[in-house]
Design a protein. Structure first.
Ligand SMILES: [Fe+2]
Length: 289
């Protein structure tokens, strides 16, 4: 499967779209009076859907799948007594499939037959695609087990704080933070290379925004990162160079991922604003949570 998009509900989609296009660097991809869709430079019709509503919510996280993969999920869901609904996408790109909720209520949509679009050339500073979405979980292990047992995903690594889960050769496309509560932790956009990440940091610096964490390079997945708190409340990440793993990747345990004193990433050049991130990571909830 492949992570395609995240659909958010929020009171002011126009404000969020202005930031995500004018500063963050995405492109417009249509919409209507209550919805905006934003795309990257890759072949997905959109990466972020913004829908007007009273409260910030994650409406869904959407993965592309084959008909066969969806049928396999349908079978495993039935075996485990997990409810799912049929899903016909009215978003750009269309597609037909199913939607089901993770244990904390986050809706995962699996679509087959969704359209791809022509990549955009000549926009090296635009995110290419989403690389991962991290969700805060009441019980990250139970949520990861659900992702393995029902969705057919695989755990790549466990750390003290997170369970990293893959749905293809990319080290993780989704991760579950051991938060004790349920919400959106952050959305990570894949940039073409480290220069694109650094120019992104510069672009935000131009408007007075500094990273809440980064730049740095993570342990699990080894991706380069820079996290910001967007004006619309969510934590967003520029990322690049996530590790590509084999089927026989050895799943790491928390004791495999420890840091020396005063280090929480491979470079150690920047601090982490724990208070600001902690607050922002609670803004977007799930409908059931
Ligand atoms: Fe991340």
């Amino acid at each position: 499967m492949e992570l395609r998009s995240i659909e958010l509900e929020l009171p002011d989609p126009e404000e969020a779209a202005r930031f995500l296009t004018g500063i963050w660097g995405l492109g417009e991809a249509g919409g209507d009076i209550d919805s905006c869709y934003l795309r990257g430079s890759g072949d997905q019709p959109y990466l972020v859907g913004l829908h007007r509503s009273d409260h910030p919510l994650v409406r869904s996280v959407t993965f592309l799948a084959t008909v066969g993969e969806i049928e396999a999920v349908r079978l495993r869901a039935a075996q485990h007594g997990v409810a799912l609904v049929e899903a016909t996408s009215t978003d750009p790109g269309a597609g037909v499939g199913i939607a089901l909720a993770l244990p904390d209520g986050a809706v995962i949509r699996l679509l087959a037959g969704a359209k791809r679009v022509e990549p955009v050339a000549g926009v090296p500073d635009r995110a290419v695609r989403l690389t991962h979405v991290v969700l805060n979980a009441v019980d990250a292990e139970a949520t990861a087990r659900f992702a393995e047992d029902i969705l057919g995903f695989r755990v790549s690594d466990r750390t003290k704080g997170m369970v990293f889960v893959r749905c293809n050769a990319s080290h993780h496309s989704i991760a579950f933070a051991r938060a004790g509560f349920a919400s959106l932790n952050h959305i990570a956009f894949e940039m073409a290379d480290m220069d694109a990440v650094m120019r992104g940091i510069g672009r935000l610096r131009d408007v007075g925004m500094v990273p809440a964490w980064g730049p740095g390079r993570h342990g699990p997945g080894a991706n380069i990162f820079a996290y910001f708190i967007a004006p619309f409340g969510a934590v967003v990440e520029f990322s690049t160079a996530v590790e590509i793993v084999d089927e026989d990747y050895q799943t790491g345990a928390p004791e495999d991922w420890t840091w020396p004193p005063n280090r929480i990433d491979q470079w150690g050049i920047s601090g982490k604003d724990m208070a600001a991130l902690g607050a922002a990571e609670r803004v977007f909830r799930f409908r059931r949570s």
